[in-house]
Design a protein around this ligand. Structure first.
Ligand SMILES: [Zn+2]
Length: 477
C-alpha cells in the first residue's frame, strides 16, 4: 500500500433550486404524485421544443463563479445520446464542447495545510426520470425528467479518500452559502460519482481507472474509495490487471462490485442541440451575480481568525455551517469574549443539537439569551456549572436567563456563612481526604471541593470554596 499513490477525481451532480424545469415550464418541486409534473417537452413528444430557463443558467453561473471558474461568453448545448427507459427523448440535453464554465478550483484543508483542487468544468444539463423497481415490474416517474442539473467535475487532484471527503464537505458548504440547491444526498439533490486509479509512487502515467457509483453519503464515498483503492492495489500486486469499468458500492457490505464496462465519450455520439440557439451571457448579468455573491466559507474562515482571534480549527468548524457562523457573529456583536462564545457553540450547544437532531435555526436560543447567560457567569451571579443546566432550561422554555435564574433560585451563594457551614461539614465527614491534603497531597483538595459543590447544589463559587477549604485546613483538624 505504501508504494502506491491514489488518484481520485469526483463528479458531482447537483439539482438546482429553480421553480420550474430547465427546458419547460413544469414545476421542479420534489415529492409530487408521480408523473404530475410533466408536459410534451419533458416527456419528449415529437415536435415539442425546449426553451432555456434563464434562472437555471444564472444559478449555474453562480456556482461556477464561487468555484473560481471562468464563465464562457457563449454557451452551447449538445445532445448526449443513449437509450435508457428513464430518458424519454433517448438523448439528454447536456453540454460538451462549450460548457458553461471551465478551469476553476476549490481549496481544502488537509493535514493543516491548504490544497487547491482543480475544477475541470461546471456544466448545465437536464436530469432523467426515476425508475421505481417493484416486484416483477418497473415503473417510471417523469417528474424529475428535465429538472436542472449541474455537473461539477474535479481534476484528478485528490490523493486520498480522506481528501475526497474534505472536498465534498467544502463544496457542499460553498453551495449552501450561495443557496443554489437543497444539497440533500438522501433525496438525490446532490449525487457523487468517483473516478479512481492507483499508480506506483514516482510514476507519472495514470493507472487504469474505475468509476464508482451508488454512494449516498460523504462517508459512503470515503468508504467506497478506501475499499476500491485497496482492491486495485491488491489486484496489481498479485499480478492482475485493472479493467476500466463502472462499479457499484454496496454500503451494507462495504465493497464495490462491477456493474458494466465504462463508456467512452464517443459512445454517446455528442452533437450540437439543434433546437437551442447558442446563448450569450449579458455582461451585466454576470456582474450582478458577482456583486450579489455572499462572503464564501474560505475567506470567512480567514476573517474569523483575524477578526475574532479564533484558532484555525474553531474558525473552520464555525464557518462550515453558514447558519452557525451567522449565529456566532450575532453573539459576538453582544459579547466580546469570542473564544468563550465559540466554546459554548461548539461544545454544549452543538452536543444538544446533535442529540435532538436540530440545526441552530431551529434551536430555541436567542443570541442575546446566550450572551446574557455568559455575562451572568462573568459577574459571578451563576457558576459555570449551573450555566450548563441553565442553557438547557433556556432552550426548553424559551425564557430569558435572568428570569429563569430568579425563578429557580440558581444564583451563586455569596453568603459566606452558608459556604462556611458546608465546608465545615464536608471536612468533618471526610477526615481521611482532609488528612491526605494536610499530609501534602495537594490534589486531595479537589475531592473536597466536589463534595462542597454537591452540598450547595453547585451554587457555590468553586474558587471561593477552594480558598475557604485551604484556609480551614491550614490550622489542622
Ligand atoms: Zn415539462
Amino acid at each position: 500500500m505504501a508504494n502506491y499513490e491514489v488518484v481520485i477525481g469526483l463528479e458531482v451532480h447537483l439539482q438546482l433550486k429553480t421553480k420550474t424545469k430547465v427546458f419547460c415550464g413544469c414545476s421542479a418541486a420534489f415529492g409530487a404524485p408521480p408523473n404530475t409534473h410533466t408536459c410534451p417537452v419533458c416527456l419528449g413528444f415529437p415536435g415539442s421544443l425546449p426553451v432555456l430557463n434563464r434562472e437555471a443558467l444564472k444559478l449555474g453561473a453562480k456556482v461556477a463563479m464561487a468555484l473560481n471558474c471562468r464563465v464562457a461568453e457563449e454557451i452551447r448545448f449538445d445532445r448526449k445520446n443513449y437509450f435508457y427507459p428513464d430518458l424519454p427523448k433517448d438523448y439528454q440535453i447536456s453540454q460538451y464542447g462549450q460548457p458553461l464554465s471551465q478551469r476553476g478550483y476549490l481549496l481544502i484543508l488537509t493535514e493543516g495545510k491548504e490544497k487547491r483542487i482543480g475544477i475541470t468544468r461546471v456544466h448545465l444539463e437536464e436530469d432523467t426520470g426515476k425508475l421505481l423497481h417493484g416486484t416483477g415490474q418497473s415503473l417510471i416517474d417523469f417528474n424529475r425528467a428535465g429538472t436542472p442539473l449541474l455537473e461539477i467535475v474535479s481534476e484528478p487532484d485528490i490523493s486520498s479518500p480522506e481528501e475526497a471527503y474534505f472536498y465534498l464537505t467544502a463544496l457542499k458548504s460553498i453551495l449552501e452559502y450561495i443557496d443554489v440547491s437543497d444539497c440533500n444526498m438522501e433525496e438525490g439533490s446532490l449525487r457523487c460519482d468517483a473516478n479512481i486509479s492507483v499508480r506506483k509512487k514516482g510514476t507519472k502515467e495514470l493507472g487504469v481507472k474505475t468509476e464508482i457509483k451508488n454512494m449516498n453519503s460523504f462517508k459512503a464515498v470515503r468508504a467506497a474509495l478506501e475499499h476500491e483503492a485497496a482492491r486495485q492495489i491488491e489486484t496489481l500486486e498479485s499480478g492482475g490487471k485493472i479493467t476500466q469499468e463502472t462499479r457499484l458500492f454496496d454500503s451494507a457490505r462495504g465493497v464495490t462490485e462491477p456493474m458494466r464496462s465504462k463508456e467512452e465519450a464517443h459512445d454517446y455520439r455528442y452533437f450540437p442541440e439543434p433546437d437551442l440557439a447558442p446563448f450569450d451571457f449579458e455582461k451585466d448579468v454576470l456582474r450582478d451575480i458577482k456583486r450579489e455573491m455572499p462572503e464564501l466559507p474560505e475567506p470567512r474562515r480567514k476573517r474569523f481568525m483575524s477578526e475574532y482571534k479564533l484558532s484555525d480549527y474553531d474558525a473552520a468548524v464555525l464557518v462550515s455551517d453558514k447558519a452557525l457562523a451567522d449565529y456566532f457573529e450575532k453573539c459576538s456583536s453582544l459579547y466580546k469574549k469570542y473564544k468563550i462564545i465559540a466554546n459554548w457553540i461548539m461544545g454544549d450547544i452543538s452536543a444538544y443539537m446533535k442529540e435532538h437532531g436540530l440545526t441552530i435555526d431551529r434551536l430555541n436560543l436567542k443570541s442575546e439569551y446566550l450572551t446574557g447567560m455568559l455575562d451572568m457567569i462573568d459577574k459571578g451571579i451563576i457558576s459555570g456549572k449551573i450555566a450548563k443546566t441553565l442553557l438547557i432550561d433556556i432552550v426548553r422554555t424559551g425564557k430569558d436567563p435572568l428570569s429563569l435564574v430568579k425563578e429557580k433560585g440558581l444564583e451563586q451563594i455569596t453568603d459566606t456563612a452558608q459556604i462556611d457551614q458546608a465546608v465545615a461539614d464536608v471536612i468533618k465527614e471526610n477526615k481521611r481526604i482532609a488528612d491526605d491534603f494536610m499530609g501534602g497531597k495537594q490534589n486531595a483538595v479537589m475531592a473536597l471541593v466536589g463534595k462542597v459543590m454537591a452540598k450547595t447544589k453547585g451554587k457555590a463559587n468553586p474558587q471561593k470554596v477552594i480558598e475557604m477549604l485551604k484556609e480551614s485546613l491550614k490550622g489542622g483538624l
